[in-house]
Write a protein of this length. Structure first.
Length: 88
């Protein structure tokens, strides 16, 4: 299994799990290319998550009208710690 795991789904991310796993990719760029392909071709997919197994972090994307936006939760302590470490 490659480093970056891609999960996608049609409803709330917390309701999913392993059934939302699509496949893994060697690079984050390849995983994001698949997110772009899904956004253009699957009208029912509403979110995507690229999980980095090495660093145990993830980026979550919302898909609406074939457009992708990164979801940056403000209430997650881990996301704040990640943002702080990137500033320094």
């Amino acid at each position: 299994m490659d480093r970056y795991a891609l999960f996608t789904g049609t409803y709330n991310l917390m309701m999913g799990g392993i059934k939302d796993f699509k496949r893994s990719y060697a690079t984050v760029e390849k995983a994001y290319e698949e997110v772009e392909r899904i956004a253009k071709n699957d009208p029912f997919t509403k979110w995507a998550q690229i999980f980095d197994k090495k660093t145990d972090t993830a980026k979550i994307y919302r898909i609406k009208d074939k457009k992708i936006t990164e979801d940056k939760p403000t209430d997650c302590p881990h996301s704040k710690a990640t943002e702080a470490s990137q500033v320094t």
